[in-house]
Design a binder for this molecule. Structure first.
Ligand code: NAD
Length: 268
């Protein structure tokens, strides 16, 4: 049976856990050859268990998205082994909470470096290979940048994160219109998850509990669920399915768009 992404090569950043791991699994299930990338060392337990979770359907390459040389190494390997890259999912991200007046410039810059610079470096470094690959595929090559509902609205103590996710939202549009203007066969869209059940959320909530701002992680999850029209957090796979749709030919007329996957959070 043919699958939506047969013959495609994909690279996912921040791929060993959370939404990134879900995206790796979903892209591979649709027939793509997937490069799972993340900060973890090749020989680490984190990589072994992530590869086991996707039944060995992906290949791992260490990639620190903030480091231009690391991007160059990763793309050079993809080029050497596959000579094409049809799909890039810029997913790696960190939160970095704190009140604005207390936030160090270092923390602010760290969040922008991972969430914003990381996506810019990915698009820049992968451009030539994706431009070439896009010509080989109906509907072209496709980039998905993982933003957030916080690319539209804010929470207290999330200034650095909100700024980075807003930047990703408009950076994606800049990619889309520039590529279209120069007949580059690469579509670019952003995905905006609401609250998703991932380690990032658990760790962020644990920090809030440690600071005495909530009774427990579960209390915070219940509060978030209450604020969400569908009354629950998202499953990783619900975000991964949106990513697969955007990179597939089903979305061939979509570029520069914002796909919100938030259980109605922004619609209130
Ligand atoms: N979980 C949510 O509720 C939620 C909501 C909206 C948006 N998002 C976004 O989705 C993306 C994934 O989030 P998640 O919840 O799965 O997070 P997560 O913390 O579970 O996973 C993020 C991954 O990114 C990796 N990473 C961090 N810095 C990196 C770097 N410099 N280079 C390469 N990899 C790096 C981490 O090692 C980790 O494996 C992020 O961009 C996040 O902002 C998450």
């Amino acid at each position: 049976m043919t699958k939506k992404l047969d013959g495609c090569v994909a690279l996912v950043t921040g791929g060993v856990r959370g939404i990134g791991l879900g995206a790796v699994r979903a892209l591979a299930a649709q027939g793509a050859k997937v490069w799972m990338t993340d900060l973890a060392e090749v020989e680490s337990d984190a990589v072994a268990s992530a590869l086991a979770e996707v039944d060995g359907t992906a290949q791992y390459q260490r990639l620190d998205v903030t480091d231009e040389a690391s991007w160059a190494d990763a793309i050079a390997r993809v080029q050497a082994e596959d000579d094409r890259l049809d799909i890039l999912v810029n997913n790696a991200g960190i939160d970095g909470t704190g009140r604005i007046q207390d936030m160090t410039l270092d923390l602010w810059r760290k969040v922008q470096a991972v969430n914003t610079d990381g996506a810019f470096l990915g698009v820049k470094t992968a451009f030539e290979l994706m431009n070439r690959s896009g010509k080989l595929r109906e509907g072209g090559a496709a980039i998905v940048n993982v933003s957030s509902v916080m690319g539209f609205v804010a929470f207290p103590e999330s200034a650095a994160y909100c700024a980075s996710k807003g930047a990703i939202r408009t950076f994606t549009k800049a990619c889309a219109v520039e590529f279209a203007a120069y007949d580059v066969p690469i579509r670019a869209n952003s995905v905006h998850p609401g609250f998703v059940q991932t380690p990032l959320v658990d760790e962020g909530f644990e920090r809030l509990v440690a600071r005495g701002m909530a009774k427990s992680v579960q209390t915070l999850k219940d509060q978030i669920a209450d604020m969400t029209p569908v009354k629950r957090l998202a499953h990783i796979d619900e975000i991964a399915k949106a990513i697969v749709f955007l990179v597939s030919e089903d979305a061939s007329y979509m570029t520069g768009s914002e796909m919100v996957v938030d259980g109605g959070y922004l619609a209130r």
